[in-house]
Ligand binder design. Sequence first.
Ligand SMILES: NC(=O)c1ccc[n+]([C@@H]2O[C@H](COP(=O)([O-])OP(=O)(O)OC[C@H]3O[C@@H](n4cnc5c(N)ncnc54)[C@H](OP(=O)(O)O)[C@@H]3O)[C@@H](O)[C@H]2O)c1
Length: 183
Amino acid sequence: MRKMSLIVAMDADGGIGKNGTLPWSIKKDMQYFVKTTKKVENPEKRNAVLMGRKCWESIPESRRPLAGRLNIVLSRQLAEQKSNDLIITNSFESALKMLSEPPFVDSIETIWNIGGAEIYQLAINEKLVDEIHITKIYKSFDADVHLKMPETFKIDENPSENLEFFEENGLKFSFHVLKVAEN
Ligand SMILES: NC(=O)c1ccc[n+]([C@@H]2O[C@H](COP(=O)([O-])OP(=O)(O)OC[C@H]3O[C@@H](n4cnc5c(N)ncnc54)[C@H](OP(=O)(O)O)[C@@H]3O)[C@@H](O)[C@H]2O)c1
């Protein structure tokens, strides 16, 4: 089965969502998300963004499907759908199988798991994550959705001196990329 990369922004308590949306608004993080999930080595390919129904519904209708990427939405209640930019399917396994077979095995360069917590957890449980991009936000937001990170995914709490910190609207944050060792 193909492995995937996971991209998440989390607060000081591991919070990732509140009231069906992101608890914060950080333009630089949004730009990072778009740039990272669109980036391909081979210009003839594109990436897939795999997400849960609640994450999908948190995206404003005018901005979905997310442009330039194959959007794959997991839901047991939305009607199945298959178009060039959007696939809605009721099974994680069949989504992965589809991405591991032609034409997607050749045309999709990276599978980005973009959440939310339920969909991150599916990939973590199946040990299908090979890289994780974390935006760490240095504040607590009393979130109602949290991501429980395995020990191997934890960010070093004493990062190297050259870690760059950013600030926007009084919020301090940093970007981290972790390679997940074979397990
Ligand atoms: N901070 C971040 O980086 C980040 C990223 C993404 C999302 N979020 C936030 O996270 C929250 C949403 O996360 P969440 O965990 O509550 O929901 P979610 O993972 O986005 O979606 C959960 C839904 O996915 C579907 N689903 C889950 N497992 C499935 C499976 N095995 N097969 C088929 N469908 C499956 C179900 O949809 P049905 O109910 O339709 O069956 C389920 O209700 C929001 O607040 C969002 O803004 C934050």
